[in-house]
Design a protein around this ligand. Structure first.
Ligand code: ATP
Ligand code: MG
Length: 591
């Protein structure tokens, strides 16, 4: 993983957490040292020799390809790939594609791009749950043969009713005592497509009175007449996630199966299933162990694929990579840096306690990283013409080069020059007709520095009598005060403003982004809480300079901006604002 995010708080890659402690202990006890390789035949065939070190830890990131990844997934990606990397192990990318109706290859491609973008490297360890469907059927049949599973023919409603509640035990299904032969036949008929969706379900036979509802005969196979993105129409029965996932982990010889806390109550079933299958010789030991950590909850966004799909499909945003979305594709297009995401994930840590992290913390991490890495540029977002009346009065086209540093603290970023001309653009709010208290920039009679150039004194302005709008400002400059020369400080000023030559400034469209939601926790009614001002497009001027895609620039005094990867044509530059220079959200009163 890229690790140029060490920061002033001395955070390093080796941040301790409870999962690291478990791995250190397992390695110290040589837990995986003597496992035979171990791999299940399907899996070992796909491995390259260099990877077959049985002593290594193996983790996995197992997304379901039913949507784009989001910042919550980033926590899981960085944790799983980070652990593998730090302990010399391997992290698999596994597509958990057991639900044919919602999965698509578009999602597979976007997931791979996002994992790579975050620095995750799975080498050749790319797997699909659907590649193990035959093996899973064998496992299901093994359970049936050993009276550990049965075909239930209750309706979904009856099953729900008989499941019981947290305080009430469940009731056995009237079909629970079907003979092994009958179950085998029924399951074969299910597979052969003789039944409609929902007509029968294969269930594990555990205990309808268990205090853990997940052990009350959980469903393990269901009928779905649907086309699967990978296996097409080959199957019409599909394994349930809770049945498939442990088997996938075991087949891939995962050592530490790390997931979010909502799966904690599934762990007894995870172990029950794997222990039975291993006892029957269908899986090799040592078996994987599941560990749970708390998911990332972030304010002012939604981190649920279902909600993200709704935002995209109902066109509340412009596609999955809309920069307002917390998707990783959106984050990339917004200009957020993967190092900033990593810093954020390191900073919030890995634990078992749930918390809501304020979006400002995420933005601060981005600022911290971007401040270091972003070249500086000048842009005028709300242009007002300023005319320097005494600037080479008789030479309309005179232009003087001013030297500008590309980074105020890093000389290795180099310098560039910007032309100063008689007519320049300044920010409209750098001038006030009647200055408010403490205003130190331009008003008639006041002096300011044009950054990297001269000190000027404001001499007058034009105003549209109809609208009251200021249309131009006039000033004189002091030729002896050029920045970087001996006379630079011969006049003392309190204000410092940026500018662009009106002759060479380049028009650009700039998208200013803000929080997608007005509320901290958007909840079920999230659509009504969308911030209508989360995107504002303005026409602005930027300096005449080279801008590269995928580099986030700091526009001085404004924040961080990146070229929009989707919209740039030869004709017009389009920038997205990544983040403002300072956190100004907390001062705002959202409606
Ligand atoms: P959603 O609930 O939005 O559909 P999911 O958890 O079902 O998301 P998966 O594709 O199954 O999505 O997720 C892949 C992995 O990412 C899982 O191991 C899951 O635990 C983890 N993950 C998902 N959301 C978060 C989150 N907010 N914080 C940390 N990890 C997460
Ligand atoms: Mg999931």
């Amino acid at each position: 993983m890229n690790n140029n995010t060490e920061n002033k708080n001395n955070e390093t890659k080796e941040i301790k957490n409870f999962i690291r402690n478990i791995i250190e202990k397992d390695l110290a006890e040589h837990k995986f040292q003597n496992r035979r390789w171990c791999g299940q035949p399907d899996f070992a065939e796909q491995q390259n020799a260099a990877d077959l070190d049985a002593a290594k830890i193996r983790t996995r990131f197992p997304p379901e390809p039913n949507g784009f990844l989001h910042l919550g997934h980033a926590k899981s990606i960085l944790l799983n790939f980070g652990l593998a990397n730090d302990f010399g192990g391997v992290c698999h990318l596994r597509f958990d594609d057991t639900n044919p109706e919602k999965e698509d290859d578009i999602y597979v491609r976007s997931i791979k791009e996002s994992v790579k973008w975050l620095g995750g490297n799975w080498h050749n360890n790319e797997y699909f749950a659907s590649n193990y469907f035959e093996k899973m059927l064998t496992c299901a049949e093994y359970l049936i043969k050993n009276n550990l599973a049965y075909v239930d023919s209750q309706t979904a409603e009856e099953m729900r009713k008989n499941r019981g509640t947290l305080t009430e035990v469940g009731k056995n299904s009237p079909f629970r005592d079907r003979s092994v032969e009958e179950n085998l036949q029924l399951f074969a008929d299910m597979k052969a497509g003789k039944f409609a969706d929902g007509q029968h379900v294969l269930r594990a036979k555990i205990d309808m009175a268990s205090p853990n509802i997940n052990l009350r005969d959980p469903a393990i196979y269901r009928i779905r007449h649907a086309t699967h993105h990978n296996t097409g129409d080959k199957y019409c029965v599909y394994p349930m996630y809770t049945f498939a996932h442990p088997i996938e982990d075991a087949l891939e010889c995962i050592t530490h199966s790390i997931c979010t806390l909502e799966f904690e109550d599934q762990r007894p079933f995870y172990d029950w299933l794997l222990e039975h299958l291993a006892a029957g010789g269908l899986l090799q030991t040592p078996l994987p162990k599941q560990y749970e950590f708390s998911r990332l909850n972030l304010s002012h966004v939604v981190l649920s694929k279902r909600k993200l799909i709704q935002l995209v499909s109902e066109k509340h945003v412009d596609g999955w990579d809309d920069p307002r979305l917390p998707t990783l594709a959106g984050a990339k297009r917004r200009g957020y840096s993967p190092e900033g995401i990593k810093l954020f994930i390191d900073r919030i840590g890995v634990s078992k306690s749930d918390s809501l992290i304020n979006y400002s913390i995420f933005e601060d991490c981005q600022r911290e990283v971007l401040n270091e890495s972003s070249p500086r540029k000048i842009a005028v977002l709300s242009p007002l013409k300023l005319i320097i009346q005494n600037f080479h009065e008789n030479e309309e086209n005179f232009s003087e080069n001013c030297t500008v540093a590309n980074h105020p603290q890093k000389s290795e970023f180099g310098e560039r020059t910007l032309p100063l001309t008689k007519e320049i653009w300044i920010e409209s709010d750098d001038f006030m007709e009647t200055p408010s208290k403490g205003f130190r920039r331009l008003f008639v009679g006041n002096k300011v520095r044009l950054k990297y150039a001269y000190i000027i004194e404001c001499t007058g302005f034009d105003k549209d009598p109809q609208t009251g709008k200021i249309t131009a400002v006039y000033a004189n400059y002091f030729p002896e005060t050029k920045s970087g020369t001996a006379g630079a400080d011969s006049i003392k000023v309190k204000g410092n403003i940026h500018w662009l030559s009106a002759k060479t400034a380049v028009k650009a469209q700039i998208n200013l982004y803000d929080r997608l939601f007005n509320t901290e926790i958007p909840g079920d009614d999230f659509i009504s809480q969308i911030n209508p001002n989360a995107k504002q497009s303005i026409t602005a001027f930027v300096e005449p300079s080279e801008f590269s895609e995928n580099i986030c620039y700091q526009f001085e005094r404004h924040g961080y901006f990146v070229l929009d990867q989707n919209q740039n044509t030869q004709k017009e530059l389009v920038f997205n604002r990544t983040v403002t220079l300072k956190d100004n959200w907390n001062n705002k009163k959202p409606k």
